[in-house]
Design a protein around this ligand. Structure first.
Ligand code: NOJ
Ligand code: CA
Length: 610
């Protein structure tokens, strides 16, 4: 949307604690599609510093609704969703393998945003907005009373938050509609966030990028690490004395190949992971000194590669994997930013794999919530865009810090490469849950969908068809989108790759045409500053027909649609790579019907005829 209206009524209720003479305000904002409320503590004589030992917000429900949930877990949101009645929620039934840090804190706790549907057909979403200087809110299901209670992420000492007045909590939000499309279209969360403080946002560029990345996640292809050298010591290891592995991804030769590919096909940036020393010994050891964020491996010539990229109109994208040694990152971040500025980087992907240092802190706790914001602010100060992986899930803060262009903060496409993967329903649920708070770096665009291509006998695979991978560029809103597969896999299917090259990432208008959480989603979006539209539909494991009512097109004008569809015999499991492309004239009177394969989708580009 080029313009978003903020229409609400406000009510403030003042609570006075007489004996202690302390005041708390509750502020409510009521929108057409829901409400937000928060607790505010003014500066006052009898309330200055205080600790929050708990928050007792309750959401009383009218019944045992159907819920789309992931286990309450203070350290990771990288789970697949389970659909059950609220009374049947049991976190112990969810397989958390594949995530280093998983651990649910109660069988009956779930994460927010929580998406529910009542038997009467009402859609209810409970979440929070503007999570700043406070822990993330999970939800405990009180099964006796049919009530959800807030469950704040504790710190290492068990305290929930440290406050000094004036202060307030994030907004607690409830979005409600009898139409599922209204939930995914809601702007309530964004409206409850503060306006941007960034005066000159001209460096913030919506973009598509490629990366030396998927090759590390699929079998037998690339490595982050330069050498085999366990137990490295960051400052004392002689990197020049080590022999590079042939599969080291961030080598000069490979990076140049990716730069060439980006330049040839119109991608703005190339993410390079594994460029810096430390990857030999980075995960699982809860180690303090892992990366310094400034020392390239001997085979990554940072100056020459950035110059080469610049000469081709491309930028390299920085990667800072912190391995969750956050103290280490904070000590070194200024130098890391200096290096980026010296070489002209304007975007960084951060990562927080593993248990947090300071030990005992949690990814979702107040300390980390503040860390993620500190990083966004520091990057803004240096005119750098930020894409944070393994972060606390977003709550609309990209309105306030628009350079924080995306987060992962959910189970991304990468899980399909090395774990049981994401069930076909996954991408139909994310827009109702994780994406309520902001853009997701899901990394779509995988064309080589089965891992036995890389390693005979490997049964892992992407749980979608190829056409659904294309549709995700439209159904998963993000101003920064990766074309995640290897260049050689695109080169074999240039006709389908054309959609990824063409699709916009920035929009003037979005129309949610059909939606049902866990089932399907059909979206059309108008490219920013253009007459072109892009549309996408996805389904879960069931085949179905998507309907695109194109009445939003300019009346009287004619358009050409290019339809990237599942082939008749496509199937996410047995035949995921089968697609068919066709062209068709359309106009505002067209109602286009398209069959979707099980686990399938369709992507459509609609260009106005001159
Ligand atoms: C997890 C991130 O989600 C992934 O994209 C990245 O490649 C690895 N961490 C390594 O940093
Ligand atoms: Ca991740």
């Amino acid at each position: 949307m080029s313009k978003i209206a903020d229409r609400h009524n406000e009510l403030v209720v003042v609570f006075h604690q007489e004996k202690e003479d302390r005041v708390m305000r509750m502020r409510f904002r009521l929108f057409d599609d829901g409400l937000g409320f928060r607790y505010e503590f003014d500066k006052q004589p009898n309330l200055n510093y205080f600790q929050v030992t708990d928050e007792h917000t309750e959401f009383a429900l009218s019944g045992n609704h159907t819920a789309f949930w992931i286990p309450g877990d203070y350290d990771t949101n990288e789970y697949y969703y389970t659909k059950t009645r609220l009374l049947d929620v049991d976190a112990s039934t969810v397989d958390g393998t594949g995530i280093g840090t998983h651990g649910y804190f109660h069988n009956h706790a779930v994460q927010s945003p929580l998406m529910m549907k009542t038997d009467e057909g009402l859609y209810i979403n409970i979440f929070e907005a503007a999570l700043v200087d406070y822990p993330a809110m999970h939800l405990m299901i009180d099964k006796k009373r049919m009530v959800l209670t807030s469950s704040l992420t504790p710190d290492a000492l068990g305290t929930k938050a440290y406050m000094q007045t004036p202060h307030h909590t994030p907004w607690r939000t409830v979005i409600v509609s009898d139409k599922a499309t209204d939930i995914v279209a809601s702007k309530l969360i964004l409206n409850l966030n503060e306006p941007s403080g960034i005066e000159d946002p001209s460096y913030i560029r919506p973009q598509k990028y490629i990366g030396i990345w998927w090759g590390m996640h699929v079998p037998n292809t690339m490595s982050w690490n330069y050498a085999h050298e366990p137990n490295i010591r960051l400052e004392t290891t002689d990197w020049n004395a080590l022999q590079p592995l042939p599969q080291h991804g961030a080598s000069n030769k490979n990076v140049r190949r990716y730069i060439d590919f980006a330049a040839e096909h119109g991608f703005s940036s190339v993410l390079v992971e594994g460029w810096n020393v430390g990857w030999e010994d980075w995960a699982g050891n809860w180690k303090e000194e892992v990366f310094d964020f400034v020392t390239p491996y001997p085979d990554f010539d940072i100056k020459a590669l950035n110059e080469y990229a610049r000469s081709k109109g491309v930028k390299l994208m920085m990667h800072h994997e912190t391995s969750s040694s956050v103290t280490n990152y904070e000590r070194r971040i200024d130098k890391a930013i200096e290096l980026m500025q010296q070489h002209g980087y304007d975007a960084v992907k951060t990562g927080y794999v593993g248990w947090i240092i300071p030990r005992g802190e949690k990814h979702d706790g107040q300390w980390m919530v503040n860390h993620f914001i500190r990083v966004a602010e520091k990057m803004a100060g240096a005119r750098i865009m930020l894409n944070a992986h393994e972060a606390v899930r977003p709550t609309g803060l990209h309105r306030t810090w628009p350079n924080w262009v995306a987060c992962e903060a959910a189970r991304g496409n990468e899980f399909n490469a090395w774990s049981a993967g994401n069930p076909p329903a996954h991408e139909t649920i994310l827009p109702f849950t994780r994406l309520m708070g902001g853009p997701m770096d899901y990394t779509p665009g995988i064309f080589e969908l089965k891992m036995d291509y890389y390693q005979p006998g490997n049964t892992n695979q992407v749980h979608t068809t190829l056409a659904k991978q294309l549709a995700l560029y439209v159904t998963m809103y993000s101003p920064i989108q990766m074309a995640a597969d290897l260049p050689e896999n695109y080169e074999k299917r240039m006709d389908a790759f054309q959609f990824i090259k063409d699709v916009a990432v920035d929009w003037d208008d979005s129309r949610y045409l059909e939606a049902e959480p866990g089932e399907y989603l059909t979206v059309a979006r108008k490219a920013k500053g253009s007459n072109d539209w892009f549309a996408g539909a996805i389904t879960n494991e069931n085949a179905r027909t998507a309907t695109f009512d194109l009445s939003f097109l300019d009346p009287g004008a004619s358009y050409e649609a290019t339809i990237y569809a599942d082939a008749k015999n496509a199937h996410w499991q047995h035949n995921p790579g089968a697609y068919a492309i066709r062209r068709q004239k359309v106009n505002s009177k067209t109602v286009l019907k398209q069959a979707l394969a099980p686990g399938g989708g369709v992507a459509i580009s609609i260009k106005k005829s001159k």
